[in-house]
Design a protein around this ligand. Structure first.
Ligand code: FE
Ligand code: FE
Ligand code: ZN
Length: 275
């Protein structure tokens, strides 16, 4: 199985690769810049190349960048929407240095404009962002439905994908905490949830899994991650996720509340349960 966790990018690209190796990971996720937004550090090409060599030498699964979660592609304010596009354009240019990399983002919050307006803004932002020559796959993350978040239902993700012209540049990242919080019963009915995902979105669009437990019961729309086995999803259901035939070959990224030793232990645990 391919599994890693979210890592801090403060020491650079190559350092993240070394950290990943030290905790038994063969992929990882990182923020492209401060998650609350702001300017990114100047791009260090030499550092990026060193990471690419490390990834290849160690057979890593694609690494996953995460856009700042304050970006809102469907904000009511035009300046904020433009800012989301500008940041993502800059991120995409950086990510193309990493062959096969993926870039995950939260679709956005429609802030009382209604979900249809939100979907319109998000898809038009993507149509301005995506370029035929880009190598990076952009992923919509499944959301918990906190506030006015777009992307809580598979139908909303489908509606966005339907309006994107370069749809082969797009995929979906399923967050286990978020879908459970969003009301999908992955604990008792994982097969049914995935069948529904396949019908609505298509399992061929599913490119990555955020593997998290949840501090809250199903359908609570809270988005509070818990350590593996410490929450309402539980270890058994998460083992079911990593071993599911439709999911087992995807890369798994832990976003659990842990420091490195905790991540190392969860990676070891999930590897021991993988069949
Ligand atoms: Fe996220
Ligand atoms: Fe996530
Ligand atoms: Zn979350």
């Amino acid at each position: 199985m391919h599994i890693g966790c979210h890592l801090s990018s403060s020491d650079g690209f190559f350092a993240m690769g070394q950290t990943a190796l030290s905790i038994g990971a063969d992929t990882f996720q990182f923020f492209t810049r401060n998650p609350r937004g702001g300017a990114a550090k100047p791009f260090d090409k030499a550092d990026a190349s060193k990471l690419v060599a490390l990834l290849e030498a160690n057979n890593f699964a694609p690494i996953l960048a995460h856009a700042p979660y304050t970006l809102n592609a469907c904000a009511a304010d035009e300046g904020l929407r433009q800012y989301a596009l500008d940041v993502m354009k800059d991120d995409m240019a950086r990510m193309d240095h990493f062959p096969g990399a993926m870039y995950n983002f939260h679709p956005g919050s429609h802030v009382k404009q209604g979900v249809d307006v939100g979907i319109d803004y998000i898809s038009s932002m993507l149509n301005q962002l995506l370029k035929p020559e880009q190598k990076t796959t952009v992923l919509l993350e499944t959301m918990a439905g906190k506030g006015s978040e777009v992307g809580r239902t598979f139908e909303e993700l489908r509606a966005i994908l339907d309006r994107v012209e370069l749809s082969d540049k797009m995929g979906v990242c399923m967050d286990t905490c978020h879908v459970f919080d969003g009301g999908y019963d992955i604990v008792n009915h994982l097969d049914d949830v995935l069948e529904q995902f396949d019908k609505v979105v298509g399992l061929n669009k599913l490119k990555a899994i955020h593997l998290n437990d949840s501090k809250n019961p199903m359908g609570s729309h809270k988005d509070r991650h818990e350590v593996i086995g410490g929450g309402f999803i539980g270890l058994e259901a998460l083992v079911g996720v990593v071993n599911h035939p439709a999911l087992k070959n995807l890369p798994f990224y832990l976003e659990t509340p842990n420091e490195l030793p905790g991540y190392a232990a969860e990676i070891k645990l999930m590897r021991s349960k993988a069949v």
